[in-house]
Write a protein that binds this ligand. Structure first.
Ligand code: ZN
Ligand code: ZN
Length: 210
């Protein structure tokens, strides 16, 4: 097995107001996966950032331990969005609507960051290429090979990463939650049912809007 030197990877929103750094970055310490689900698509359409989706509607996501991510600038420009009252909390900047991390509650410690916030070259050198694709049934056009159905290898890897981060104390400090209260650090908006439904025509597998 190849060994990699863990490095730091800087991330930035599109306009540069918000910056952060991921420590302990290496292909072995993260999961980099392309997600084709309609929620990830809906989120980026809601932000007006469909430019971050690939041609088939996929989002290139790097999953890391919460303690690995620190924002170094522009924290007052971070806000969260929930597509429904349950499900992921999707954090983004308010300056230029760049996604900066998907999370569940801090009890399930991981942060999924859109790879482009690192820049394509830096993402590649720090994390390696995506190791797979998931939820291809929502892909627009032809689903990428291996992206439909359950990918047991990827699933087990994701679960073991999250468990490991939890066991090794990498859940805290969390970049999006207070340690004591478990409350979000940033303002959070939940879409109404109507607002959520309005995004469906833009999303795969068969979008009817542009
Ligand atoms: Zn910005
Ligand atoms: Zn997704």
């Amino acid at each position: 097995m190849a060994t990699y030197l863990a490095t730091e990877a800087k991330l930035s929103c599109r306009c540069g107001e918000v910056e952060g750094v991921v420590t302990n970055a290496s292909p072995q310490t993260v999961n980099r996966v392309v997600c084709y689900c309609d929620d990830c698509q809906a989120f980026l359409h809601r932000l007006g950032r469909a430019d971050l989706l690939n041609a088939e509607g996929g989002t290139d996501i790097v999953q890391i331990a919460p303690a690995s991510l620190t924002f170094t600038r522009g924290q007052d420009r971070i806000a969260g969005l929930r597509l429904t009252r349950r499900g992921l909390l999707r954090w983004h900047t308010t300056c230029c609507n760049t996604p900066v991390g998907n999370t569940l509650s801090p009890a399930v410690p991981f942060v999924g960051i859109v790879a482009q916030t690192f820049g394509a070259e830096r993402a590649q050198s720090a994390f390696g290429a995506p190791i797979g694709a998931i939820l291809g049934k929502y892909a627009i056009g032809t689903a990428p090979a291996g992206s439909t159905g359950i990918n047991l290898g990827l699933l087990l890897r994701a679960i073991s990463k999250v468990l490991g981060w939890r066991l090794r104390g990498r859940a805290w400090p969390h970049p999006f939650f207070h340690k004591q209260t478990r409350e979000p650090l940033y303002p959070l908006t939940v879409l109404s049912n109507e607002q959520r439904e309005a995004l469906r025509p833009y999303c795969g597998p068969l979008p009817t809007a542009r």
